[in-house]
Write a protein that binds this ligand. Structure first.
Ligand code: 1CP
Length: 338
């Protein structure tokens, strides 16, 4: 097998051109994605139809040649697997029906997520040998925000109330999500992914003690669980917008790498997380804007992380307004580095 460039930083290898991929690199900014999406009944149907999910996973690789593909699925397949009803309404974001804790299905993620493992096998068979494949899940706190709030939230009022006023009940919910997520990620590795990413999109709304209890601790349990079966699999954590607590997350969860959001200063990240692979942290809006600002930002980030293990990426997901040409231009800027 040829060495996959994406994996080099995880072995401590630094090359003149770092590997790259882009958060949410499959999706609505690509016309070929919109075409496949229009053929599926709804978004979850797309996630659970291996033929279509594999196709949209491969689309950005064909167009731009990133060093890694990320399996097409969503963080909300875990509540679905636990028996909560999840739907994605056009233009409104996800909607989750309220469900009593006792009614959540027990055990792991079970067979409901089998189509995702089939997607992984298909993608691996179709990918160029040098391209890595990343599996992922949401982190328990972030997944629980959707389960408790019933969708996206601004103030996280319900989940904070529950976590503060009834921590035992909330801990039982988090436990269920930890077990299902560990199972789901282990099965993704078994199906053929080269690395895993955990998305903690909403950890940044918590105080330090709550962040330690509901972000660091459950994440550490998942990492420990995966490591008992797969000690060498690279795990990337993404504690988005978590400020100074990012360093505690990096030190205490056991992840190998940290995806940095656009607000994290390069120099701070390098000293605060010296032993970690770093990934990020271009602002997706600069990618939309393009022009000189894009060139300057890509160069600033590449120069800033040039001397250490690094994966070039965005600091948050690609937005649907992104011109595909701007992504092609970033690929060009990276190629100029060798
Ligand atoms: O109609 C559509 O096509 C739906 C848009 C969409 C897409 C393309 C959703 C709904 N999910 C996805 C795929 C997805 N989501 C991937 C696959 C990889 C890829 O696209 O290349 C990944 C990794 C995610 C992760 C995800 N989903 C996160 C974590 C990252 C982040 O953006 O913070 C979160 C929070 C979700 C929930 C979710 N799913 C979809 C939407 C619109 C949302 C966000 C809602 C919100 O902002 O609260």
């Amino acid at each position: 097998m040829t060495e996959r460039p994406f994996l080099a930083p995880f072995k401590g290898i630094v090359r003149t051109r770092p590997p790259w991929w882009m958060l949410r690199q499959a999706g609505r900014y690509l016309p070929e994605y919109r075409e496949v999406r229009s053929r599926s009944k709804d978004f979850l149907d797309l996630c659970f139809t291996p033929e279509l999910a594999a196709e949209v996973t491969l689309q950005p690789i064909r167009r731009f040649g990133m060093d890694a593909a990320i399996v097409f699925s969503d963080i909300l397949v875990i509540p679905h697997a636990l028996g909560q009803s999840v739907s994605f309404l056009q233009g409104e974001g996800p909607k989750l029906e309220p469900i009593a804790l006792e009614r959540l299905e027990s055990a792991g993620a079970g067979e409901r997520l089998a189509p995702v493992y089939e997607t992984i096998r298909r993608v691996r068979a179709a990918l160029p040998d040098e391209t890595a494949l990343i599996g992922f899940a949401g982190s328990p706190w972030t997944v629980a925000t959707y389960m408790i709030e019933g969708g996206s939230s601004r103030d996280f009022a319900k989940i904070k109330q529950l976590a503060v006023s009834d921590p035992l009940t909330f801990a039982r919910l988090i436990d269920r999500v930890v077990i299902a997520t560990s199972d789901y990620l282990r099965r993704q590795v078994e199906a053929g992914v080269d690395a895993l990413q955990l998305f903690e999109s909403w950890g940044g709304v918590l105080s330090e003690p709550m962040f330690r209890q509901w972000v660091i601790e459950p994440t550490r349990r998942i990492v420990d669980d995966i490591r008992t079966t797969y000690p060498a699999i690279p795990i990337i954590g993404f504690p988005r917008a978590a400020g100074a607590l990012i360093a505690a997350y990096a030190a205490e969860t056991g992840v190998d790498a940290i995806n940095l959001d656009p607000t994290v200063p390069v120099a701070w990240a390098k000293t605060a997380m010296e032993s970690k692979v770093l990934q990020g942290n271009l602002d997706p809006m600069v990618l939309v804007a393009g022009g000189q600002a894009l060139d300057d930002e890509v160069r600033r980030i590449l120069d800033g992380f040039a001397d250490r293990p690094f994966v070039f990426n965005l600091g948050h997901g690609i937005v649907p307004e992104t011109p595909p040409d701007h992504v092609a231009h970033v690929a060009e800027l990276l190629r100029e580095r060798g």
